[in-house]
Design a protein around this ligand. Structure first.
Ligand code: MRU
Length: 352
């Protein structure tokens, strides 16, 4: 990891979820094997990265954008060696990577950036190896910027948490999801650094247990007090007065402020409203999609029913994300500041 990326990583023994191998491949911490095993996979092809993203070996909206950009670069270097690297190869690679998961806009956002860098280099008449270097530089820029954005989100969001706050979070929004210190978990980390005496309750997050497996793993490593609950316990804990704040990330925020995030987020927002608990969403600006007017237009990934344990022969329906209407969101913490309703206006202002 280069020095600038390193600088944004926080005090924690932060996990290296992604890195380059010495020979230019992409090294991923295989998140499907955590917390039992810290095992790594090396990816250097489009197929390999599509598989890793689809299987959630690498996951979380910002991190799959970074991984796709780095994977495209590694595969392009390989295509140069085989004398197969040309604009059509690039377009196919971008198309296949973008289709690996539909909901997180960070994936297409990062791929559009690297594709543009490659096109500029091709148009400039650069030789294939130089085009690959342009791809690598852009992928590294995206990675460094996302790390920096997480730190800024953490700094902006920590003051929202009262001292002693009991925070409910969902899924995993930390170093395993975003590089750097994470988005919602970045806020948690900064608050912990400043001794806000916080405590985190992590929803298990069905069906793949990202909260119970991954969020608690990160928090325990950092010495941040936490516990896991099953998703269906959340509303009850709110009713008992055990939660002060709900703090989540997102995979895509529409131009009107509707928030697509891990399935179960909407239920948390409804319960939070019922109990008068603030519901905060933490995102880098790369998660905002101003081309999508509202949540109804956000593509929602439906995963295999096989991820849900059923009786043999029983059907399972497995939507992986849901949409929380903007009206349930107390504030959105971004790397350009904290914004509130009306979100159509406050989001637009972020890009002025
Ligand atoms: O299916 P996942 O594990 O990739 O879902 C991740 C989430 O829902 C996160 O909350 C979101 O990507 C924000 S990560 C900073």
């Amino acid at each position: 990891m280069d020095k600038a990326v390193e600088a944004g990583r926080g005090p924690s023994k932060t996990v290296e979820a992604i890195s380059w191998t010495p020979s230019g491949g992409v090294r991923l911490l295989d998140q499907t094997r955590l917390p039992q095993e810290e095992a790594y996979v090396e990816v250097r092809s489009i197929d390999g990265m599509v598989e890793a993203i689809g299987a959630l070996r690498v996951r979380g909206a910002p991190l799959i954008g970074i991984a796709a950009a780095m994977g495209l670069t590694a595969a392009a270097a390989d295509a140069v060696r085989r004398d197969a690297f040309e604009p059509q190869w690039m377009q196919d690679g971008v198309r296949r990577l973008a289709a690996a998961r539909p909901t997180a806009v960070n994936l297409t956002w990062a791929l559009e950036r690297v594709a543009r860098a490659a096109k500029d280099a091709f148009d400039h008449g650069d030789d294939p190896s130089t085009v690959v270097e342009a791809l690598r530089a852009e992928a590294n820029d995206i990675w460094r910027e996302e790390v920096e954005r997480c730190r800024t989100i953490g700094e902006a969001g920590a003051p929202l948490l009262p001292k002693g706050a009991r925070i409910l979070t969902h899924c995993n929004t930390g170093a395993l999801a975003a590089a750097g210190i994470g988005t919602a978990l970045g806020i948690v980390r900064v608050a912990h650094e400043r001794d806000r005496s916080i405590h985190v309750t992590s929803c298990e997050t069905r069906p793949l247990n990202q909260g119970a497996r991954l969020t608690t793993w990160e928090l325990v490593r950092d010495g941040i007090p936490c516990r896991a609950i099953v998703d269906s316990a959340a509303a009850w804990l709110m009713a008992r007065g055990e939660i002060d704040v709900v703090l989540v990330g997102a995979d895509r925020v529409a131009a009107n402020g509707d928030v697509a995030n891990k399935i179960g987020t909407y239920a948390l927002a409804v319960a939070a409203r019922q109990h008068g608990i603030p519901f905060y969403v933490a995102i880098p600006c790369s998660t905002i999609d101003m081309d999508v007017a509202g949540g109804a237009e956000i593509p929602i990934e439906v995963r295999s029913g096989g991820e849900i344990l059923t009786a043999p022969g029983a059907e399972a329906h497995n939507p992986a994300f849901d949409v929380t209407p903007a009206e349930l969101v107390t504030a959105i913490v971004t790397d350009r500041g904290v914004i509130e309703a009306p979100y159509d206006l406050s989001l637009r202002r972020l890009f002025d």
